[in-house]
Design a protein. Structure first.
Length: 204
């Protein structure tokens, strides 16, 4: 069977010389972490992943798309992934960690994952408002994602993800679920874009 193009694209490989004194998995992608392309940093999530990775007796193979955030001390980190690279990584990964962006959540679900989600919080300068937090809370309540609000919750979710916890939650027809997520995401993204367009013209 011929795989779709996005499942055959090359994904970043671990850099040599980084933590070479510690055993590390090779070949199989354990975790994909994606923070999206927003201009705001998401150092909080990357620090949580970094701390988790450093504590593992055998280091998992992790690919991190870190965007505008600081590069983490983990092999396989890259600022951006092309769409086909992201799809390939999601297809290969045992677990997917993402920010609360609707498009990222939809893409992870499309590749058969229950996304592990940490929403950007404007209190830490991670976004312009709390729309990711509200959206992620709604998706978590529907069983569409696994939402993490602390480093400990993320660690538990990664432990479960790498041990094979269920990737799908059957709360309704899959197609209807995905259409609903995509539609809500479009609405949220449209409202945020409209807000950004209006901000420079607001009088103080």
């Amino acid at each position: 069977m011929t795989l779709p193009r996005h499942e055959t694209a090359a994904i970043p490989q671990p850099r040599s010389g980084a933590h070479d004194d510690h055993p590390q998995h090779t070949g199989t992608l354990d975790v994909l972490v994606s923070v999206g392309t927003d201009k705001h940093h998401f150092d909080r999530l990357l620090s949580w992943v970094e701390q988790w990775w450093l504590r593992q007796p055998v280091r998992p193979r992790v690919v991190i798309q870190h965007g505008s955030s600081r590069p983490p001390l983990i092999p396989g980190a890259t600022p951006f992934l092309a769409h086909d690279q992201l799809g390939a990584a999601m297809a290969q990964a045992r677990a997917v960690v993402t920010h609360g962006g609707p498009a990222s959540i939809t893409e992870a679900r499309r590749h058969g994952h229950l996304p592990i989600v940490v929403a950007r919080d404007p209190a830490y300068g991670e976004h312009v408002d709390n729309h990711q937090m509200l959206f992620a809370s709604r998706m978590a309540a529907s069983g569409i994602i696994r939402l993490c609000s602390t480093a400990h919750e993320l660690e538990l979710a990664l432990r479960d993800g790498l041990s094979g916890f269920p990737t799908h939650v059957t709360t309704g027809p899959a197609a209807a679920q995905m259409a609903a997520v995509h539609r809500v995401g479009q609405i949220v993204d449209g409202l945020v874009a409209d807000k950004r367009r209006r901000l420079p013209w607001r009088r103080k």
